[in-house]
Design a protein around this ligand. Structure first.
Ligand SMILES: *[C@@H]1O[C@H](CO)[C@@H](O)[C@H](O)[C@H]1NC(C)=O
Ligand SMILES: *[C@@H]1O[C@H](CO)[C@@H](O)[C@H](O)[C@H]1NC(C)=O
Ligand SMILES: *[C@@H]1O[C@H](CO)[C@@H](O)[C@H](O)[C@H]1NC(C)=O
Ligand SMILES: *[C@@H]1O[C@H](CO)[C@@H](O)[C@H](O)[C@H]1NC(C)=O
Length: 299
């Protein structure tokens, strides 16, 4: 009797775990960020009131509604970039000329350099990128329509809500960029500074409006003291330069662009790679001078 009751409860529990996505992990990726609505609405008001009020008045409730409509209660593998169209329409704004900064594998350095729109405006410093940065979300057919347990990775299914969001965010950002644009690549990675399947290659470069862009400046940044795997003119950076040339973009490429290098050096000021060339040579001259004086005393 008790055993039967026990087993039926067990069976019920098992069945409910099978059908309720809130209690079973369907996917390999992290689940929806808790308090997603509060995070998005809070970030939205922070952006328009504090970070960059210059974009003008926005309705953050309407922006959240348009955002959630793209994926809430929906299959987490059938959300397309176009499902975010209303959201993009409500949240997009101009990218000031000469302030667009594209990147691949240099996210933290890019954001330190951009200084939250003061110096540059990479995608993460636009309202759209600001809202989605580092969050996860996907739909569920039950509960409040969100799956908090797990969300699909792009390897599991391409048309997942987060991937589709960043695809339309990237193509929109690229099409709004103008003037001199920058691309910061990582010269210390072993799997390609400019991989063919990267977001920059697939969803940004093809969507740039050539007529609006006067020059593309590539910066290849190595880690301070890290390996120098890729440089301008070689390997995948060379591929990018060839593509830009073929497409008719005016472009330059700089290894370890000095302004960004100085920022990297904040964390390791005494590393030899961080000593200013002029200071270093002054030091050498000084050494030589001292040596001469010393020698003249000795002999
Ligand atoms: C903002 O959008 C919401 C939802 O669409 C709407 O109910 C509200 O009236 C709007 N607020 C303003 C100030 O327009
Ligand atoms: C560049 O790539 C290396 C190796 O993957 C990584 O350790 C480093 O953090 C990256 N640099 C930046 C600025 O993200
Ligand atoms: C970009 O070019 C299009 C037409 O090619 C033009 O309508 C638009 O105003 C330009 N945008 C900027 C920011 O220059
Ligand atoms: C190429 O870049 C140079 C330097 O920024 C600029 O003076 C020139 O007008 C650009 N040419 C075109 C075709 O955009």
């Amino acid at each position: 009797m008790f055993a039967r009751l026990y087993f039926s409860i067990l069976a019920l529990a098992l069945i409910s775990r099978m059908v309720d996505p809130r209690v079973v992990r369907l996917w390999l990726g992290d689940g929806t960020t808790p308090n997603l609505q509060e995070v998005i609405i809070g970030r939205c008001y922070n952006y328009i009131r504090v970070v960059n009020p210059s974009i003008g008045e926005r309705n953050c409730t309407a922006i959240w509604n348009a955002f959630r409509e793209a994926f809430i209660y929906r299959n987490a593998c059938s959300v397309l970039p176009s499902d975010y169209q209303t959201f993009i329409f409500l949240a997009s704004h101009q990218v000031p000329p000469n302030k667009a900064l594209f990147w691949e594998k240099t996210k933290r350095l890019v954001h330190r350099y951009s200084d939250t729109t003061r110096r540059m405006m990479p995608l993460g410093d636009t309202l759209i990128g600001w809202l989605g940065d580092d969050l996860t979300w996907c739909g569920s057919s039950s509960g409040d329509g969100l799956d908090y347990m797990s969300c699909p990775t792009t390897a599991e299914c391409e048309h997942n809500p987060v991937e589709s969001f960043w695809r339309i965010a990237s193509t929109t950002y690229a099409s709004l960029s103008s003037g001199v644009i920058q691309v910061m690549l990582n010269g210390s990675v072993s799997d390609g500074a400019y991989p063919e399947n990267s977001f920059f290659a697939k969803f940004e470069l093809p969507y740039l409006r050539k007529d609006n862009i006067s020059e593309v400046q590539i910066w290849v940044m190595d880690e301070v003291g890290g390996p120098d795997v890729e440089s301008c003119g070689t390997e995948s950076v060379g591929v990018l330069q060839r593509i830009l040339k073929e497409e008719g973009f005016n472009h330059t490429c700089t290894d370890n662009y000095r302004a960004v290098r100085i920022l990297q050096c904040v964390d390791s000021p005494s590393h030899p790679a961080c000593l200013c060339p002029s200071a270093a040579s002054t030091l050498q001259l000084l050494d030589l001078h001292l040596l001469t004086i010393l020698l003249s005393f000795l002999f």
